[in-house]
Write a protein that binds this ligand. Sequence first.
Ligand SMILES: Cc1cc2nc3c(=O)[nH]c(=O)nc-3n(C[C@H](O)[C@H](O)[C@H](O)COP(=O)(O)O)c2cc1C
Length: 397
Amino acid sequence: MSKNVVLGVTGGIAAYKALDLVSKLRKKDINVDVIMTESATKFVTPLSFQSLSQNQVIVDMFLEPKSWEIQHISLADKADVLAIVPATANVIGKIANGIADDMLTTTVMATKAPVLIAPAMNVNMYENPIVQRNIQILKQYGYHIIEPIEGRLACGYVGKGKLNDIDLIFDYIEMLLEKKKDYLGKRVLVTAGPTVEYIDPVRFISNRSSGKMGYAIARAARNRGAEVILITGPTNLAPPVGVKVIRVKTAEEMFKEVMKYYPEVDIAIKAAAVADYKVEGTSKVKIKKTEDSFELKLIKNKDILQEMGKAKSKQILVGFAAETNDLIKNAKLKLEGKNLDMIIANDVTEENSGFDHDTNTVKIIKNDGQIIQLPNMLKEELANIILNYILELKVKR
Ligand SMILES: Cc1cc2nc3c(=O)[nH]c(=O)nc-3n(C[C@H](O)[C@H](O)[C@H](O)COP(=O)(O)O)c2cc1C
C-alpha cells in the first residue's frame, strides 16, 4: 500500500456519501485514515468508517494515545492527500480563519499535503457572502475546492449546495495522488467513444464502444501532468476533471473538432471507434412504418486518422485497431498506411477484452516494427503502459 489519503468527514447530511468514497479508495488499495468531527458522528457512526477503511477512526484529539506519536502530526505527515468530504460551512470558516480546535482542523493546519475540500450545505448557506469569502480565501491559499452542484437538497430546497459526485471527487483525489509528472508541458489530444450516424431524428447507427479506454488514457495523461483535450462521442462515463472535454455525436463533428485542435498538440491518441459509413440522405422527419421493407444507403465518412497522418508535423500520432481477424497484419497495414507512430491492436473477440469491458488485451506495435504483447489488464493500467511507450518512441519525420 503506497498511497495515503486522510479523509475528514464533517457534520452534514451528505456524510453518508463519504462511506462510498472510502470504499472506492480501498478498492484501489489506497490507505484511508478517517477523521470525523464530533458533529459528523451524529450523522454516521465511526464504526461504519472503521469497517470500510480497516483503520481506527479518530474523533477526539485528546484521547489517550496508543503510541507516543502525536496523532494529528503523524497523520498530517502521512497524508499524500487530505480530503474533506463533505465540508460544512463551519469547517470551511474555521480553516479559512486559522482555527484549529479539533482533530480535523488541527491536522489540516499541520499538513503540507494537497487539501481538497468538497462543500455541501443548504443553498442559502452556500450563497452566504461569508461562506463565499471563506471559500475564496481557501482557493487563494491553494486549497482545491470541488464546488457543490445544483439539485434537490436534503432540506427540501432546490439549488446549489449538493455534494458533487463521489466519482468526480475520487477522480480528483487520484489526480492529486499521482507523483509521476513526466507529461508536464505536453498537450495531448485523446478521442474516445463511438460516433452515431443518424437515419432520421430519432434513429441512428452506432457501435459498441463504451469510451472506457480513451477516458482512461485521458485521465492517466492528466494525472501525469499533461494538458488534455478529450473529444468524445456519446458515452455514459463521467467527464474527467481537469480535462477539456468536447462532446460530439457524428464522425463529421469529430473530424471537425479533431482537426481544430490537432495542430496545437504534441501527441494525439485516437481511441474513438469512428463510424466508417454514414447514412446517405438522413431523413429530416421520423420515418413512418408504412413499407414492409426499406433500404438504407451508406456512404463513406472521412477517414480521420488518415487525414491526421497526412497533416502530421510535430505530433506523435497513435491509433487503435479493433479487429476480429488477422490482428497483426491489419494493424500493421493501418500503422504504415496512415503514417502512425504507434498502434494498439485489439482483438475484440477475445474474452474480457475490447468493447465495454474494464479490461483489455492488446498488442502494441511501434513504428520500428517492435511488437509488445501485453497480458489482460485493467484499462487504467494499460493507459499508463501506452503512455510509457509513447515517451520512448523515436519519431520518424
Ligand atoms: C440535520 C442537520 C443537517 C445539517 N446539514 C448540514 C450541511 O449539510 N452542511 C453544513 O454546512 N451544515 C449542516 N448542518 C450544521 C452543522 O452540523 C453544524 O454547523 C455543525 O456545527 C458542523 O460541525 P463540524 O463542521 O465540526 O462538523 C446540519 C445540522 C443538522 C442538525
